[in-house]
Design a protein around this ligand. Structure first.
Ligand code: KG4
Ligand code: ZN
Length: 354
């Protein structure tokens, strides 16, 4: 089965081809970072318009890279949500129109399921069940993953996501958009022993987290430094970045260790943009050796948003649906569990957030 995947939920247009026999054949990405940089953040309308411009050329580039044509496709997968409504509609419209024209199935993928399954695109692959730390710009969750579609949330952030905390903290330290990755680069040159910031909810006794207070702590600290020195010199900025990163990494690490202990699992999968963070990876790798568990990551370039994870999750969903449809009976089937098919049933393209 050859699946075209289209990701357009935010500020990256990602297109990829995944073959269930031969793996990932091609993946192309266009990031809108430069376009949004002058506004200091993502402008949704500009994002949608850029997805319109990019999706077809990236699809053509993917097909050329893989030596395939549209007629070779078995199905199309697209990010159905969550994300920016207009941006999602671009990917959804193109995917549905192409699939209709080619008379092949189309499948809407949950963006987070894409991230969650992306470590299965690397070698060695984790076997089910595994524990997953999903750390993106919009979500921070610890999950028990029992199989495709069997996700149990064990803990999550009560406010800002880890990536969001990176981005907001970067902004208040005058680090230009997109700040998260740049903040972590500055942190590499920082002195971890100069400042200490709080570790929110480290001892909460559960697997929940909270990161919104950290940026306030950074703000207070940078005001102190400014008051002492008249300005924030480069070394102090790097030291503050380091203190912030130390705090986030320690919370994520300790919560993962607690989750492993609680669930008895021995495999940890890390997915989402913050999974690209070098210090987080180093801390998890060290702990894995010490505590004897295995840790898995997606390939580095597939940590942040991309089409490959959508093509892959779509392929898994379609295979699963095919297997279920091929031979499945329901000895106990509650009539009231059938989905409604009235005119009020939203079409796949309805934006349920508006
Ligand atoms: O998964 P992703 O591409 O998008 C969402 O689905 O949200 O994650 C983007 C997030 C951003 O908040 C970005 O600041 C963060 O991932 N990020 C990083 C790093 N690279 C990206 N955070 C910390 N360290 C990094 N190296
Ligand atoms: Zn994402």
């Amino acid at each position: 089965m050859l699946v075209l995947g289209i990701e357009s939920s935010c500020d990256e247009t990602g297109v990829a081809l995944y073959d269930t026999e031969h793996g990932l054949l091609a993946h192309q990405l266009h990031t809108q970072m430069a376009m949004h940089a002058e506004y200091g953040g993502v402008v949704p309308e500009l994002a949608s318009r850029d997805h319109i411009r990019r999706t077809i050329p990236l699809t053509e580039a993917c097909l050329a890279e893989a030596g395939k044509t549209l007629n070779d496709l078995s199905a199309i997968a697209y990010t159905q949500g969550p994300g920016l409504g207009g941006a999602l509609l671009v990917g959804a419209s193109i995917a549905n129109a192409l699939a209709f024209g080619l008379n092949i199935p189309v499948v809407g993928v949950h963006h987070l399921e894409g991230h969650l399954l992306s470590p299965l695109l690397a070698e060695p692959k984790p076997a089910f069940p595994f524990l997953a730390l999903l750390v993106s710009g919009g979500h921070t969750q610890i999950m028990a993953v029992h199989g495709i579609g069997q996700y149990e949330i064990l803990g999550e952030t009560l406010d800002d996501a880890a990536g969001e905390a990176f981005d907001k903290t970067a902004k208040l330290l005058d680090i230009p958009y997109p700040g998260g990755a740049k903040l972590s680069q500055l942190a590499e040159h920082g002195d971890p022993s100069r400042y200490t910031l709080p570790r929110p909810m480290l001892h909460s006794g559960n697997l929940d987290m909270s990161f919104s207070g950290l940026k306030t702590a950074v703000l207070t600290l940078s005001k102190q430094v400014q008051a002492e020195h008249g300005h924030i010199d480069e070394q102090s900025r790097q030291d503050i970045c380091r203190a912030f990163q130390e705090a986030i990494v320690e919370v994520l690490l300790k919560k993962c260790l607690a989750a492993l202990k609680q669930s008895g699992m021995q495999r940890l999968v890390v997915a989402g943009g913050v999974g690209a963070n070098k210090q987080l990876r180093a801390a998890l790798n060290q702990a894995a050796k010490r505590k004897n568990f295995a840790v898995f990551y997606p390939p580095l370039e597939l940590c942040t948003d991309n089409g490959a994870m959508i093509a892959f999750a779509g392929a898994m969903r379609l295979q699963y649906a095919q297997a279920a449809a091929a031979f499945s009976v329901k000895p106990r089937w509650d009539l009231s569990s059938l989905p409604a098919a009235s005119s009020t049933t939203p079409s796949p393209l309805t934006d349920s957030t508006t």
